[in-house]
Design a protein around this ligand. Sequence first.
Ligand SMILES: [Zn+2]
Length: 54
Amino acid sequence: MATRKKPAAKKCPDSKGDGETTETVQVGTRKRRDTDHRQAALCLSCFGTGEATD
Ligand SMILES: [Zn+2]
């Protein structure tokens, strides 16, 4: 990851400009069994804009 080239545009590196990321769903603590369920989530790095906030 650290060796990735800088994007041509100021796209969010986390969501790659999509504004959303696929995160592993983790509700609360590990009380429940771990799940591999993934879903698209609003990218917290760009807040869904898909643009780098830097
Ligand atoms: Zn993003």
